[in-house]
Design a protein. Sequence first.
Length: 252
Amino acid sequence: MKTRACVVLMCVAAMAAFAEDIAIVDVADEWTATAAVAPSLDDMGLSYDDLTADVEGGSLNLSGNVLLIISSMATNNADVHQGLDDNAQVIQDFVAGGGVVIETTQADQNEANVDWLPAGLVAVRSDPDSPDFLIEEPGHTLFNVPNEMTDEEFVGWGHQGWPTVWEVFAQLDGFDILATSADRPVIGEAEVGSGKYVMMCIAPDKYAQVGNDGNTMDMAMLFFENMVTTYLPQAVSPEGLATTTWGDLRLR
């Protein structure tokens, strides 16, 4: 019995040791029918832990991960939506310890209020959708590394009849505003503890895979690359050690 217990513990330790830096929750929503974070990371040559089934079942373990990406329209899956809410403390502890969470756009009818944010941060999504996109912090890494992007690169994105910006934030308290649309916030960043929350009303993952045209897919992929390149090096392990450097990112 002792020998078997030791073997089990060694297997658990080995699994933890090989956890990927990036964790994803990736849902094929009813509008795009595509789980797009995984193939977008595949295009970058980056590995990840897909925790979608775990969250759908009500659990979330981010041990060994440093960056969590929640796909656009993930909350269209009601079980995923509830699973994220039920694991609010897990998410908050993850960020406080140095992790970064990025939630790309969600439909307001699925997730108007983001209930898993900590006290002091409020994100409430609402219509309208808009083709307008204005970078408010042009010097931010998100718009510069590895791809320099201006407002022009965000013009004309579409999937079916949807424009560049899906939803806007009617309320985004406690966040630095990085981009706006129709005078409303659409990308915000908040530092809490040693980590960050990044909230978006834009769908680079879905547009990179199922955009209406080549320009949409190309520009969305450039922005997706910037998003990962910006926030993966900023994420640190719960022990406070940086786990990823710029050189570790195998960009296209």
